[in-house]
Design a protein. Structure first.
Lengths: 115, 110
């Protein structure tokens, strides 16, 4: 595909359940980012990968959140024991390099609703 | 990472030029200034980026004064479709960590 793809586009889950959100970055992009956006707020940084490794995971709110990118392309954001406060749009972005200026390409997001 | 301050909202009319100013008093030597646009139910979209002076592309211009403590995004002759939230970001490109503020909601009226 031409852009960043996120699946599913919508996810409704019950409180306490486990969810996985998937991100397919633009082919060849080495950097990948996850953000969370609540209504009326700007995107909140969660984690970013350079290749397979998490270069900065300082935005993950707690140990219920975990993300992987095992082969340096597709990434999965995993949320354990979901809480109603986790409800938000989860955005993924990728960029071709992480030097100089950074132009990140965002997906459409996954809207997570915890009921 | 440098904090940014920008107006919460702005109104304009079709055909006008819109200037959105962002303050970033603590910008570091290796920081870039980047602007993104976001429509409802979509991810942010890169508009323009600069380090100093003026940058222009097919969508917008970015003016950065010599002290780099502020920047102004200029949108020429806006249309209704430019109604969106505009984010100013400041940070070193080599961290990959883009920090978004609350953004400026631009409402373009007919």
């Amino acid at each position: 595909g031409a852009g960043v793809s996120q699946t599913p586009s919508n996810k409704v889950t019950e409180k306490g359940k486990y969810v996985e959100l998937r991100c397919d970055p633009i082919s060849g992009h080495t950097a990948l980012y996850w953000y969370r956006q609540s209504l009326g707020q700007g995107p909140e940084f969660l984690i970013y990968f350079q290749g397979t490794g998490a270069a900065d995971d300082s935005g993950l709110p707690n140990d219920r959140f975990f993300a992987v990118r095992p082969e340096g392309s597709v990434s999965t954001l995993k949320i354990q024991r979901t809480e109603r406060g986790d409800s938000a749009v989860y955005l993924c972005a990728s960029s071709p390099y992480v030097t100089g200026g950074t132009e990140a390409f965002f997906g459409q997001g996954t809207r997570l609703t915890v009921v | 990472l440098a904090k940014t301050t920008q107006p919460i909202s702005m109104d304009s009319y079709e055909g006008q030029e819109v200037n959105i100013t962002c303050s970033h008093n603590n910008i570091a030597t290796n920081d870039y200034i980047t602007w993104y646009q976001q429509f409802p139910s979509q991810g942010p979209r890169f508009i323009i980026q600069g380090y100093k002076t003026k940058v222009t592309n097919e969508v917008a211009s970015l003016f950065i004064p010599a002290d780099r403590k502020s920047s102004t995004l200029s949108l020429p002759r806006v249309s209704l479709s430019d109604t969106a939230v505009y984010y100013c970001l400041v940070g070193p490109g080599n961290t990959g960590k883009l920090i978004f503020g609350q953004g400026t909601t631009l409402q373009v009226k007919p």
